[in-house]
Design a binder for this molecule. Structure first.
Ligand code: MLT
Ligand code: MN
Ligand code: ZN
Length: 307
C-alpha cells in the first residue's frame, strides 16, 4: 500500500492567512527552519493509479497540482476514486466542493458525519446539483465503536474504523457532547505485506480502544495539533484549549509523546494535523529536538511511504 501525505497542517494551514504568530511570521520570511504545510489529508493506493483520499481539505487544488499521481490520465478524470472522511470538520471536508466537476463521487463516512454534512454544513444536498456524492456508510453509530469494511478499488486492503473521543464541529448539534461516529480512526492492513497503518488525526483521548489499534500498527499517524493544551491562549491567538477542540497535546504527562514512547520500539511514529502555533514546526525549537531525540517524525506535504 502506498501512502501519500497531501497536507500535514491542522485547520488554517501553515501559515494561516490571518495569523502572525512567531511560526507564521517566520515561515513567511522563508526561514530555513520552517516549512509551509497545507491542511490535513492523506491518499492511499495499492496500484499507484487509483487513490482513496482520506479527507478533502480546502487546499485540495494545490495538493492535486503538487502530486502527479493524482493527475488525470485521460481527457477528463482523476487518480481519486473515492473520499473517506474521518469527521465533518471544515479542514477535512471543504475540498469536496472543489471536486464537484468529478461528481458523482463515492464518499465513505459515518451516519453522524453524513448528518452534519446534510444539515449544519450541507455539502451532500448542495453537491446533488452537480451529480451528487454517493454516501458509502461506515457503520460506527450508537454503541458500535468498531466497523470493518473494504473499498472496491483497494484490493487486499482491510479497513477498520474505530471511534475516537474528540469533538463534533461547531455546526453540529453534538458539539461539546460528541457521540460514536463523530470522529474516527482508521486501522488499515495490507493483506499482501501484512503491514498496517493506524491513522488518527483527531485523537483527543487515549481510550483503550484507540490504544489497542495504535499498539497493533506498524506505522501510526496521529494527532500532532498542539504542543501544549493551552498553547493558543498563551500565544494570544485563541481561546480554546486542545481538550475543548478534541485534541490531545503532545507535551507533558499523559500527552501524545508519552503515549507514542510506550508503543513497541519497532513502530514508526508520525505526527500529522499540526497547528501553525505548534513549536515543532520550528526545526530549531526545543520541542522539535525533543521529538527528534524520541524518533517521532513530523509529517510534511509530499511525504510518501510504502507499507
Ligand atoms: C479541529 O481539528 O479541531 C478543527 O478542524 C478546527 C478548525 O475548525 O480549524
Ligand atoms: Mn482539524
Ligand atoms: Zn500562526
Amino acid at each position: 500500500m502506498q501512502v501519500l501525505v497531501l497536507g500535514a497542517a491542522a485547520g488554517g494551514g501553515f501559515p494561516q492567512w490571518n495569523c502572525n504568530c512567531p511560526n507564521c511570521f517566520n515561515v513567511r520570511q522563508d526561514s530555513a527552519d520552517h516549512q509551509p504545510r497545507t491542511q490535513s489529508s492523506i491518499a492511499l493506493s495499492v496500484d499507484g493509479k487509483q487513490w482513496l483520499l482520506c479527507n478533502a481539505s480546502p487546499d485540495i487544488r494545490a495538493q492535486l497540482n503538487a502530486n502527479p499521481e493524482l493527475w488525470p490520465g485521460e481527457l477528463r478524470g482523476s487518480g481519486i476514486r473515492g473520499v473517506l472522511l474521518v469527521d465533518a470538520q471544515i479542514d477535512h471536508v471543504t475540498g469536496l466542493l472543489s471536486l464537484r466537476e468529478g461528481c458523482p463521487l463515492d464518499v465513505w463516512c459515518t451516519p453522524n458525519v453524513h448528518s452534519d454534512l446534510s444539515s449544519g454544513f450541507p455539502l451532500f444536498p448542495m453537491l446533488d446539483h452537480w451529480g451528487g456524492l454517493r454516501w458509502q456508510p461506515i457503520g460506527l453509530e450508537d454503541n458500535r465503536d468498531v466497523a470493518e469494511f473494504s473499498i472496491p478499488f483497494l484490493p487486499d486492503i482491510a479497513l477498520t474504523a474505530f471511534a475516537l473521543h474528540s469533538n463534533a464541529p461547531p455546526y453540529s448539534p453534538r458539539r461539546g457532547s460528541p457521540s460514536c461516529g463523530d470522529n474516527l480512526g482508521l486501522y488499515i492492513v495490507d493483506r499482501r505485506s501484512g503491514k498496517s497503518l493506524c491513522y488518527a488525526p483527531g485523537l483527543g483521548n487515549p481510550t483503550p480502544l484507540a490504544m489497542r489499534f495504535l499498539n497493533a500498527a506498524d506505522v501510526v499517524m496521529v494527532d500532532g495539533t498542539l504542543w501544549e493544551d493551552d498553547e493558543m491562549q498563551r500565544l494570544g491567538v485563541g481561546t480554546s484549549t486542545g481538550q475543548q477542540m478534541g485534541h490531545l497535546a503532545l507535551n507533558g504527562s499523559g500527552g501524545m509523546c508519552e503515549l507514542l514512547n510506550e508503543l513497541p520500539s519497532s513502530t514508526r511514529r508520525i505526527l500529522i494535523h499540526i497547528n501553525n502555533t505548534n513549536p515543532i514546526l520550528d526545526r530549531a525549537s526545543h520541542a522539535a529536538k525533543t521529538l527528534q531525540a524520541s524518533g517521532i517524525e513530523t509529517a510534511y506535504d509530499g511525504m510518501k511511504f510504502t507499507l
